[in-house]
Design a protein around this ligand. Structure first.
Ligand SMILES: *[C@@H]1O[C@H](CO)[C@@H](O)[C@H](O)[C@H]1NC(C)=O
Ligand SMILES: *[C@@H]1O[C@H](CO)[C@@H](O)[C@H](O)[C@H]1NC(C)=O
Ligand SMILES: *[C@@H]1O[C@H](CO)[C@@H](O)[C@H](O)[C@H]1NC(C)=O
Ligand SMILES: *[C@@H]1O[C@H](CO)[C@@H](O)[C@H](O)[C@H]1NC(C)=O
Ligand SMILES: *[C@@H]1O[C@H](CO)[C@@H](O)[C@H](O)[C@H]1NC(C)=O
Ligand SMILES: *[C@@H]1O[C@H](CO)[C@@H](O)[C@H](O)[C@H]1NC(C)=O
Ligand SMILES: *[C@@H]1O[C@H](CO)[C@@H](O)[C@H](O)[C@H]1NC(C)=O
Ligand SMILES: *[C@@H]1O[C@H](CO)[C@@H](O)[C@H](O)[C@H]1NC(C)=O
Length: 862
């Protein structure tokens, strides 16, 4: 998943604006795999012919469009079409016009999944008591106690492959093993757009690791020294490998894997991957939705982009009917103590779950004796630095990445390091790669610096056993800061549920160390897949139960507060969905509460009344009480008109009146309660997201229905950034062949680099993005249709840009051709950019935002 590392990537304060990207860099930053398209064909186009595959190929061949087929999809209820390569976008536009072709969409790049932080664990520590935190948080321990381990349920894992040789993952593949099968769609070297897929039957992954971590969360055998196990360790697993050792994949590969897992009859399909989107309509989202609608459970990560603010839902997790999963931090963290020699001082706790691999007593060396220096070891160390190999090197946190600091000490021979926290840094795991290094507190760091100056006798040692400290994670049980915040632009809830994903121990390829602790919604997602297996095992492996899974898990979840401070508000539904799943309650519930969730939409499409139905499926009469709990309201748009990455809480909540707050229901009977919602009145916030829960409880059970809405019309969300805030020059901007902003008319030959390119930022997503060629004297009409010459670019369902200085923009180059490939006649023109407002009507010109480029000439070189 696309990740952001809190506190790791610090932008130097002097860099006020983002660097203007070069043409080459901007080109690489596109969301799409060059020349790659997914063609969808209508069912009608198939049924008339005998062989659907032949039809796909025939239809395209007969058009005379040069193409190369990469793979075909042929599962009528899910998807019929092909992944193809075309020489130019123009061919895609022509192809789209062929009868029977439903859509031609560019293949979207999906970034390789990366955990938020990762520590590789090479040696088994002392055994912990078998009360594995994530299982206790979610009632999985209670379900395991009943002998339900998901046996008989088949789960397909679409990820980086798996090291099935790992003893905890069964030690092999094929009938009789935990991993019963799978497929490798890509091979080790694959990277979308750069290196072609080399498929084979073996999904073994010994170079990436992510998929093995995911697999262990579902399926790791118990009885290991670490005291952990998978949620459904007796389920049968299959690995569908869609990523190479590193790099991106394309959504055409994800599509192929989804369809294969469906055809191989996996009851549950889980995907810990995705790309920021905000829309429910991407190809992979739609296909995942169709699979869910056929009665399979599909769990997909919500994304790790919490720090980019709301409206950033990831695709394919955004698909309607799939279960998108947010992350909750593990309650307990395992730390270690080191021993101080040569001074009287308590052991120092360092932030690693397992001891550093260091077995002697080491003197210390500090890279700066100035404890206020925050860019400590960010530059190469001075020439007079001694050989650091005998020392534990002590470094201050700050300014540059940990790996940069560690690389600098490694240059001087450093082999072991402690990084001391800054006064305001979070005391949570840090990314040090494979370097043996760990975080210690600011106070302990200052102590060591002072000792370095005064006490040559001080040494440190790292006990390999007996020094584990189990510390209650101060943010354990809360929504992880990195968990992506929804909802979608069409106001669907995403995530649907949350599960443990912060600070999770699991299996890792043997060749890469065997075990690792990682964080991400990637870790929360397989947890829910495993939970669904336990539910299917108990309630029956039927399409009916699968179709109900979202409701079963959502209505039995517990909502989480925004902090552990007493009286703190409930965290927004936009980040936790229904809250933390409770698997025992999901299985044992004797009440059916529906709907599963209530999407109130924006005020313009607001529906005030919703009927809640309550069925007592138990054998005795029950008295139910209903009440409304509001969650925090977020002011999503800041004064500059951008989505606020850290939206402030604003006072105000919906009011909900219930037609009954107490009712008695006999066994087997159903009663209805009408909930009437009134959005909060919030004059001075822009698009505030409000949310909460309707709770339904009997003496012995608790259920809840999450709801979410936004005050105002989504149409007020400005889409085009016209400020100079980001690059220091007003946007959108046309850059000429030298990369300079074009001012005044300019001519281009469109040969080599002599072409303009457009740089812009989308503050909000858009369902339709189009650029047309217009006359140089064109003026944007205040009313009625704009008169254009021809289409240059047309794209749909585009996410908003983040505020990331290196990737938070959209760039497009012009070819001198129309979208259909026809060369533009020599002449003087402008480009008209139009983006449809969210919730806007495609047919109404006034529901688009428009921008007109400076004048440019298309000239034939003489
Ligand atoms: C579950 O798997 C374990 C091996 O990890 C095996 O010993 C046990 O018999 C299985 N239990 C069931 C109920 O399938
Ligand atoms: C670890 O260090 C802390 C702080 O010095 C101390 O309170 C604790 O008892 C130590 N625990 C172990 C197991 O050494
Ligand atoms: C621990 O460090 C020693 C010496 O540097 C090395 O030989 C050994 O392989 C390491 N062990 C592990 C499990 O990494
Ligand atoms: C270091 O150890 C030596 C020998 O034990 C001792 O004489 C000296 O006082 C110690 N220095 C400090 C600063 O404790
Ligand atoms: C919200 O309203 C828009 C506009 O009618 C609609 O397209 C969308 O599907 C609605 N969202 C939900 C969750 O119903
Ligand atoms: C909104 O305006 C009211 C009245 O002017 C003020 O009391 C309140 O603090 C404002 N709220 C926000 C979030 O600015
Ligand atoms: C662009 O080309 C046209 C036609 O060749 C010419 O008349 C005009 O002066 C040129 N403009 C610029 C800015 O070079
Ligand atoms: C391509 O589009 C342009 C502008 O709309 C149009 O003039 C031209 O005829 C089209 N070419 C083909 C081959 O359809």
């Amino acid at each position: 998943m696309k990740t952001s590392f809190l506190g790791l990537v610090l932008i130097p304060a002097t860099l006020a604006v983002a660097p203007i990207p070069s043409y080459q860099h901007a080109k690489q930053n596109t969301r799409y795999v060059p020349n790659a398209y997914i063609v969808e064909l209508s069912d009608g186009a198939i049924s008339r012919r005998s062989s659907p595959h032949a039809t796909v190929l025939d239809t395209i061949s007969n058009s005379g469009i040069p193409f190369q087929t990469v793979s075909t999809y042929n599962t009528p209820e899910i998807f019929v079409g092909a992944s193809i390569r075309l020489p130019s976008p123009a061919d895609a536009a022509r192809l789209a016009k062929i009868p029977g072709v439903v859509a031609v969409r560019p293949v979207i790049k999906i970034e390789g999944p990366k955990p938020i932080d990762l520590s590789v664990v090479k040696e088994a520590p002392i055994a912990h008591p078998d009360t594995y935190g994530p299982h206790v948080m979610t009632g999985v321990d209670k379900v395991h106690a009943t002998g339900n381990f998901g046996q008989g349920i088949k789960i397909g894992i679409i990820d980086t492959g798996v090291d099935y040789k790992h003893p905890l993952l069964g030690g092999g593949i094929g009938p009789g093993f935990k991993f019963v099968g799978g497929y490798d769609f890509v091979g080790d070297a694959y990277e979308s757009g750069l290196s072609p897929p080399m498929p084979d039957d073996d999904p073994l992954d010994e170079c990436n690791g992510h998929g093995s971590h995911v697999a262990g969360i579902i399926g790791a055998n118990p009885g290991n020294d670490f005291g952990f196990s998978g949620v459904a360790f007796n389920a049968s697993l299959a690995a569908y490998r869609v990523f190479g050792c590193s790099g991106t994949t394309g959504d055409d590969i994800i599509l192929a894997a989804l369809i294969r897992a469906y055809n191989e009859k996996r009851d549950i399909i889980t995907l810990s991957l995705g790309e920021p989107s905000g829309w429910t309509e991407s190809t992979a989202s739609v296909v995942a939705s169709r699979i869910a609608a056929e009665g399979r459970v599909v769990t997909i990560a919500a994304g790790n982009d919490g720090e980019y603010g709301p409206w950033y839902t990831s695709s394919p997790g955004a698909g309607i009917g799939v279960i998108s999963v947010g992350s909750v931090d593990n309650v307990v963290s395992m730390f270690q103590n080191l021993t101080v020699h040569g001074a009287v001082h308590d052991p120092i706790t360092y932030l690693l779950p397992f001891p550093l691999n260091a077995t002697s007593e080491y003197p210390i060396y500090v890279t700066s004796t100035d404890i206020s220096k925050t860019d400590d070891a960010c530059d190469s160390l001075p020439d007079n630095t001694p050989d650091l190999s005998p020392f534990v090197v002590v470094i201050h946190r700050g300014t540059c990445t940990f790996s940069q600091k560690l690389a600098n000490i490694a240059d001087k021979g450093g082999k072991l390091a402690l990084i001391y926290n800054s006064d305001d840094g979070a005391f949570s795991t840090i990314d040090v790669g494979t370097f043996p290094a760990a975080l210690i507190s600011a106070d302990d760091g200052k102590f060591l610096v002072q000792q370095f100056l005064t006490n040559p006798n001080l040494t440190l040692s790292f006990p390999q056993t007996g020094a584990s400290v189990s510390i209650t994670n101060p943010v354990g049980g809360l929504v992880s800061y990195f968990s992506t915040i929804g909802p979608t632009f069409d106001m669907y809830l995403s995530p649907e549920v949350a599960a443990p994903g912060g600070n999770i121990l699991s299996t890792w390829p043997l060749k890469l160390g065997g075990f690792a602790i990682a964080s991400g919604t990637s870790m929360a997602t397989p947890f829910v897949a495993g939970a669904a297996a336990l539910v299917l095992r108990d309630l029956g492996k039927t399409a009916k139960v699968a179709l109900e899974m979202q409701r079963i898990l959502q209505t039995t979840s517990v909502s989480l507060a925004s902090s552990h401070t007493d009286g703190s508000p409930v965290r927004t539904v936009a980040q936790q969905g229904s809250g933390l799943i409770q698997v025992d309650r999901a299985i044992n519930g004797e009440t059916i509460v529906s709907p599963s969730q209530i999407a109130l939409n924006d005020t313009a499409h607001f529906k005030a009344t919703h009927t809640i139905s309550i069925t007592n499926s138990g054998s005795a009469k029950k008295v139910y009480e209903l009440r409304h709990i509001s969650a925090e309201t977020l002011d999503t748009i800041d004064e500059s008109g951008s989505v606020d990455p850290f939206p402030p809480f604003v006072p105000g909540a919906a009011t909900v009146s219930l037609s009954a707050t107490k009712l008695t229901i006999g066994p087997g009977s159903t009663k209805h309660v009408v909930a009437t919602f009134k959005p909060p009145s919030m004059a001075n916030a822009t698009l505030p997201l409000y949310s909460g829960y309707i709770q339904v409880s009997s003496a012995i059970e608790n259920f809840q229905i999450p709801y979410l809405g936004v005050v105002g019309s989504l149409k007020v969300g400005a889409i085009l950034d016209r400020s100079a805030n980001f690059f220091g020059l007003p946007l959108p901007v046309v850059l000429d062949s030298y990369g300079d902003p074009q001012e005044g008319p300019q001519n281009y030959t469109f040969l080599d680099y002599d072409a303009p390119f457009l740089l812009l930022r989308l503050l909000f997503g858009t369902a339709q993005f189009q650029i047309d060629l217009v006359d140089k004297n064109f003026e944007v009409p205040s009313k009625g249709k704009a008169k254009t010459i021809g289409s240059l670019v047309e794209l749909d369902y585009i996410p908003r840009d983040s505020d990331d200085p290196f990737s938070g923009y959209t760039a497009l180059s012009f070819s001198g051709n129309f979208a259909n490939g026809t060369r533009i006649d020599d002449g003087q023109y402008r480009a008209l950019l139009r983006v449809l407002k969210v919730a806007g009507d495609r047919k109404k010109e006034e529901e688009y935002e428009a921008w007109l480029s400076p004048q440019f000439g298309v000239v034939t070189p003489s």
